[in-house]
Design a protein around this ligand. Structure first.
Ligand SMILES: [Zn+2]
Length: 163
């Protein structure tokens, strides 16, 4: 299945039919990303396969996008590439989740069989966003580290050393 993707999916039905979905969905529908993500016009490309692995119903595949976040150091936009592989084991209870192998993250399916594809992808994106986004090596004026040899404490230590 490529091109336009369903809004709602029935993961267990997809597993039974060994479906694979490929395509892209807009970031715009993902309200929980809120103000964290500056490029709400962006798209997330995804490739997800549904299959049974032994006793487990598994969603596996990857999602890929570039999020624009605000660097918490200089407050300028920064590109945050997301390319995550996911392996989710569909469970209906926390007890079942405990029985999953370590290689599978639990995906809790509640009473309603249908799941919003947006929300599934949004959950993965939320996990990939760092708690404090920052350009690598970004140093704002406020947080520029003090040269230890010029700090008042170093001067004091030197003064003590001389006496
Ligand atoms: Zn920065």
């Amino acid at each position: 299945m490529t091109g336009s993707l369903p809004k709602l999916i029935d993961p267990l039905e997809f597993v039974e039919r060994k479906k694979r979905i490929q395509g892209s969905i807009p970031l715009a529908g993902m309200t929980r990303l809120g103000d964290t993500v500056l490029n709400s016009a962006g798209q997330v490309s995804l490739d997800l396969s549904f299959a049974r692995e032994g006793r487990h119903a598994v969603i596996s595949g990857h999602i890929k996008t570039d999020l624009i976040l605000e660097c918490q150091c200089c407050l300028e936009p920064m590109v945050w590439p997301v390319a995550s592989d996911l392996r989710l084991g569909i469970v209906s209870s926390l007890d079942e989740a405990d029985c999953l192998p370590d290689s599978l993250e639990p995906f809790l399916l509640s009473g309603d069989d249908r799941v919003s594809l947006d929300e599934l992808v949004e959950d993965e994106l939320l996990l990939s966003i760092p708690p404090v986004p920052q350009h690598s090596g970004c140093v704002s004026l406020a947080e520029r580290p003090v040269d230890p040899s010029r700090s008042p404490f170093a001067a004091l230590a030197q003064w003590r050393g001389n006496t």
